[in-house]
Design a protein around this ligand. Structure first.
Ligand code: PAF
Length: 284
């Protein structure tokens, strides 16, 4: 496995793969890898000849006062895990490589905005977050030129933003997604779980419990979504969370109507200073 830090070196390697007719799958990450990421890599391996994984803590997707500085940087351990997982290339650029100062030249950096879907739910609470995600993913797609890219379904809204980005900007990339990987307690695996104490980790499983219970109630025929959202938020408050939202939406994140068959129930809530998100997809 190669670890590459520059765009030019990666482009050279990609050109060889393309010349040899290899199918490339890309797994973008911010590192501090866990089993969830490794399953994305396994899916990529099953879908392509070559797997390229990026590790880059993208400053553009963090808002002021968020955890950019604290976000764990564990490149050596991550590279070892990716080697064991049979990843071919790790792309680990510096911030200057991805956002060169000279580009500024008095002008702001070019950014990619995916309107509408970027402004609701997490986008409403974290203004600019999805513009940061869309911008870095668009840059990666242009550098890596993957045939396929794999994203986790824990970041459900991010996945919808990426699908919209690919459609709108005609990227020739097939977007694949992998189901949420959970701890035995039900807690969705996340790099941010490392910020939680053992006690908070037990508490954090409350998000999964209430999403699962809400899902069951919908499957049992309840359609009073506003009340279900309110009850779920109350439960989380009682469990010590500060709730950002619990929302029941159509699969495309529009508000559901009675006849909507594919739903998703999403929650974002903080325990201490750690913001957690999770969701359950429901087919009626
Ligand atoms: O999901 C993530 O880890 C990040 O948002 C991504 C897609 C790697 C972009 O920085």
């Amino acid at each position: 496995m190669n670890i590459i830090h520059t765009i030019s070196a990666l482009r050279q390697q990609v050109a060889h793969y393309k010349h040899d007719g290899k199918i490339i799958a890309f797994v973008p990450t911010m590192g501090n890898l866990h089993q969830g990421h490794l399953q994305l890599v396994a899916m990529a391996l099953s879908e392509a000849d070559i797997v390229i994984c990026s590790i880059f803590v993208n400053p553009l997707q963090f808002g002021e006062g968020e955890d950019f500085e604290q976000y764990p940087r564990t490149l050596e351990a991550d590279a070892e895990k990716l080697k064991q997982a049979a990843c071919d290339i790790v792309f680990a650029p510096s911030a200057d490589e991805m956002y060169p100062q000279s580009d500024a030249d008095g002008w702001d950096q070019t950014q990619v905005i995916v309107p509408g879907i970027s402004e609701i739910l997490d986008g409403a609470s974290r203004p600019g977050h999805f513009t940061g995600v869309a911008t870095i993913v668009a840059k990666f797609f242009n550098i890596v030129q993957p045939d396929k890219a794999v994203f986790g379904e824990k970041d459900y809204q991010q996945l919808q933003v990426i699908k919209q980005l690919v459609k709108a900007l005609c990227f020739p990339v097939e977007i694949l997604s992998h189901a949420i990987v959970r701890e035995a307690s039900g807690l969705a695996m996340s790099s941010r779980n490392g910020f939680l104490s053992n006690e908070q980790k037990q508490q954090a499983a409350g998000i999964y419990k209430i999403l699962h219970s809400t899902e069951q109630q919908i499957l049992d025929g309840r359609r009073d979504y506003a009340l279900l959202e309110q009850k779920a938020a109350e439960f989380l408050n009682q469990q010590g969370f500060v709730v950002d939202y619990v929302q029941i939406r159509a699969a495309d994140l529009s508000p559901p109507i009675e006849q909507t068959k594919n739903l998703v129930v999403l929650a974002a809530a903080s325990l201490g200073s750690t913001r957690l998100i999770d969701n359950r997809q429901i087919s009626l």
